[in-house]
Design a protein around this ligand. Structure first.
Ligand SMILES: CC(C)(COP(=O)(O)OP(=O)(O)OC[C@H]1O[C@@H](n2cnc3c(N)ncnc32)[C@H](O)[C@@H]1OP(=O)(O)O)[C@@H](O)C(=O)NCCC(=O)NCCS
Length: 154
């Protein structure tokens, strides 16, 4: 499966089912529903990318840049459990940085569970720093860590 080259491409509405499958395999709580993904893929202005190997989708990332916002928001990232540890999330983070630079953003910010050590390690490796906390952010009452990468504006 992994012998094919990995490509990062724009996600399409026809990718919905595979993306929902990755979501369900990746999160136990606070998952996006099929309906939310459908909206994000079709109607919203989200930047939605997929990591593909051949015909198979192995990961996704959603980036939001609200009008007038100066920072890009990394809204969600997930890689299928069978495809982890092979650098796919790193490729999606590279795409995030490229997108932020293209949009001339002042930074990239995200929220993460304090116990999600693999994600925190991924973000720290990419230069993101802890910026604060949001109490009771997740549905189980857990707080969120806010992390941010500052960028130089052209
Ligand atoms: C976090 C996640 C996206 C990483 O995906 P991945 O494709 O396996 O990551 P990569 O192979 O690109 O690894 C890149 C870096 O991430 C970190 N990382 C990834 N998996 C890790 C693990 N199990 N333990 C610690 N660090 C890990 C490391 O810093 C790694 O760099 P290194 O290989 O030089 O150590 C994946 O584990 C996932 O989908 N988790 C469930 C969804 C989730 O929690 N998303 C984030 C919500 S905020």
């Amino acid at each position: 499966m992994m012998s094919d080259k990995i490509l990062i491409e724009k996600a399409e509405f026809s990718d919905l089912k595979e993306i929902v499958d990755i979501e369900n395999a990746s999160f136990t709580t606070d998952k996006f529903s099929s309906r939310q993904f459908a909206y994000l893929l079709r109607k919203s202005k989200a930047k939605f990318f997929k990591a593909v190997s051949g015909e198979k989708i192995l990961g996704y990332i959603i980036l939001l840049k609200p009008k007038n916002a100066k920072k890009l928001r990394l809204y969600s990232i997930a890689v299928h459990p069978n495809a982890r540890g092979k650098g796919l999330a790193q490729m999606l983070m590279d795409k995030t940085l490229e997108t932020a630079k293209k949009l001339n953003c002042q930074g990239i910010k995200l929220e993460v569970r304090p116990n999600n050590l693999s994600a925190i390690s991924l973000y720290k490796k990419n230069g993101y720093c802890e910026k604060g906390k949001i109490e009771s952010y997740y549905s189980d009452g857990s707080e969120a860590l806010i992390m941010e990468l500052k960028l130089k504006v052209r």
